[in-house]
Design a protein around this ligand. Sequence first.
Ligand SMILES: CC(C)(COP(=O)(O)OP(=O)(O)OC[C@H]1O[C@@H](n2cnc3c(N)ncnc32)[C@H](O)[C@@H]1OP(=O)(O)O)[C@@H](O)C(=O)NCCC(=O)NCCS
Length: 178
Amino acid sequence: MHPAAEELRAGPVTLRRWRADDADELYRIVCESLPHLAPWMAWAASGYADTDAREHLTQAHAAWVGGVDYHYAITDRVGALIGSCSMMGRIGPGGMEIGYWLHPAHTGRGYATAAAAALTAEAFRIGADRVEIVHDTANVRSGAIPRRLGFTEVTRRPAQGAMSSGEAGADLVWRRTP
Ligand SMILES: CC(C)(COP(=O)(O)OP(=O)(O)OC[C@H]1O[C@@H](n2cnc3c(N)ncnc32)[C@H](O)[C@@H]1OP(=O)(O)O)[C@@H](O)C(=O)NCCC(=O)NCCS
């Protein structure tokens, strides 16, 4: 696959590659978002330290340089950080999985849907042959995003790994092809 763009316009928001100097802001928005993220994201369930933010950005940089995963900050019209979204090469050759979260002050406006639409287009531009979005069956708001974007539900399967408090323990997998 080709390398992904460092910045993507996504309607009302912009996606830009996370930078090492975002660590303090990442730490702040994650801390403010923890009660909203913890039911769905295992990494948010056991608290979050400033070193977690730094470590995440170091890993994100390595994954980007290696052409494996592409992690983007979601920014608003004035460039403020309001969430995060990713394209991850963990579903096998040719595939990209998309993930997202928003600061709770910025939900309900279509921002995550716009971000996922831009990432889907970018995944196909760099050569992916399929894009998947995976969420727990209880995470209805997450599932509304692939549904809005014309993904097809392909399977339900038992979840793997740590379960978060809101989760039912079953994953729903959505897929789109070019
Ligand atoms: C998942 C998550 C990002 C979804 O956030 P969201 O605000 O529902 O999604 P969007 O930003 O796409 O906004 C959609 C909402 O905006 C509304 N909206 C307004 N303008 C819109 C537009 N132009 N396009 C799409 N939706 C629009 C939609 O109707 C919808 O509102 P509704 O929920 O009342 O129906 C958010 O709930 C979150 O951060 N959850 C915690 C982390 C998480 O679960 N991540 C996913 C793990 S799998």
